[in-house]
Design a binder for this molecule. Structure first.
Ligand code: GCO
Ligand code: MN
Ligand code: MN
Length: 388
């Protein structure tokens, strides 16, 4: 039996808003008493997390006085020192306050857009003060219920202008900080701009400082859009743009569930962990999820421990899959290459093209080969079910 104890090298993090979620939903009031940020840090220390992330207003209420702010910050820093937790990522709440009812950077009201920039600069200062190296942007209200309300081209341009301004701010202040953009297709808006990780990756390339900006894909968000999360993350990884990741789980076609990592789609969670570990992803493994509304704080700890434990079990399963002789024999067979086509691949030349056009292929013979994917998938399932 392996040791599934979380360790600092696993870089497991939670947001204050995740373990601090009090169970309010559109149909019901909170079921858990709110805990202070410092107490949430202690709870995370108890379950073995490495880091804690927060929105500006998870830590400092939007209407706090300067002396209240100082007192909260002092308490919070004390809890960090006591527990050894770090703050690897922070972000701005640009969605809760009524001023953001029509978005922040994409609002039609210039006063709202200016306030959103001001709020974000202050929140960046706070994050950097606490040691954050990654800054997440989740445009929860950057969208519409009706496209009569906003020109979508204007919305893209406003988002670009805001990101360019904030990149310059970070450079001007000489902060060691990267941005990670988080896509979501809907909720709380009817539709949110830059709705998937793929949209975000394309948008980033249009910025003045694309090298400072990557993505923060979230399992639930891509599943809400009916997409394969592993493929989206692979695209980000391959582009060198996976700066952060939000792990949770979500049944396809449902409301935004934020379930414990691996609680619904185990096989896809397995291939995700395998992708991250095989490719030596070295950022935070951030759990952006919360406990069921049925739980008290013991249940919140069960939830947090469960996220990390499932990740570590799947990591072990990925190692087992990579070392399994029968699985690897099938993998080798399906990727067999006798080199006879090498002359046609790689950089284009007119000669290569002419030679390839002259090559004959026995289509029927090539197509008649069985690919053994059924066997490979069943072997994978048996690894996951613990019978191999
Ligand atoms: C959501 C989002 C948020 C963001 C968070 C950090 O669906 O509500 O996932 O939890 O991740 O605001 O930017
Ligand atoms: Mn989410
Ligand atoms: Mn998220």
């Amino acid at each position: 039996m392996s040791d599934y104890t979380p360790k600092p090298e696993h870089k497991f993090t939670f947001g204050l808003w995740t373990v601090g979620n009090v169970g309010r939903d559109p149909f019901g009031a909170p079921v858990r008493d709110a805990k202070s940020p410092a107490d949430l840090v202690r709870l995370l220390g108890e379950v073995g997390a490495w880091g804690v992330n927060f929105h500006d207003n998870d830590l400092i209420p939007i209407d706090a006085t300067p002396s209240e702010r100082d007192a909260i910050l002092k308490e919070f820093k004390k809890a960090l020192a006591e527990t050894g937790l770090c703050v690897p990522m922070t972000t701005t709440n640009l969605f809760s306050d009524p001023i953001f009812k029509d978005g922040a950077f994409t609002s039609n009201d210039p006063k709202v857009r200016a306030y959103a920039l001001q709020k974000t600069m202050n929140a960046i200062d706070l994050g950097v003060e606490l040691g954050a190296k990654v800054y997440v942007f989740w445009g929860g209200r950057e969208g519409t219920e009706t496209d009569a309300a906003k020109d979508p081209l204007t919305a893209i341009k406003r988002t670009r202008e805001a990101m360019n301004f904030l990149c310059e701010y970070v450079l001007d202040k000489k902060y060691d900080l990267k941005f990670a953009l988080e896509a979501k297709p809907n909720e709380p808006r009817g539709d949110i701009y830059n709705s998937t990780t793929g949209h975000m990756l394309a948008f980033i390339e249009t910025l003045d400082h694309p090298e400072m900006v990557g993505v923060n894909p979230e399992v639930a968000h891509e599943h809400m859009a009916g997409l394969n999360f592993v493929h989206g993350v692979a695209q980000a990884l391959e582009a060198g743009k996976l700066f952060h990741i939000d792990l949770n789980d979500q049944a396809f076609g449902r409301y935004d569930q934020d379930f414990r990592f691996g609680a619904v789609n185990l096989k896809s969670a397995f291939f995700l962990v395998k992708l991250l570990e095989d490719n030596k992803y070295d950022g935070s493994r951030h759990f952006d999820a919360h406990a069921y509304r049925t739980e008290d704080y013991e249940g919140v700890k069960d939830f947090a421990r469960g996220c990390m434990r499932t990740y570590l079990i799947l990591k072990e399963k990925a190692e087992q899959w990579n070392a399994d002789k029968e699985i690897q024999a099938v993998v080798a067979e399906i990727n067999a290459d006798d080199g006879s086509m090498n002359q046609y691949f790689g950089k284009y030349s007119a000669e290569k093209a002419a030679a390839l056009k002259a090559q004959s292929f026995d289509r029927t013979k090539i197509a008649s080969r069985g690919l053994k994917y059924e066997r490979l998938d069943q072997l994978t399932i048996e690894v996951l079910l613990g019978v191999r």
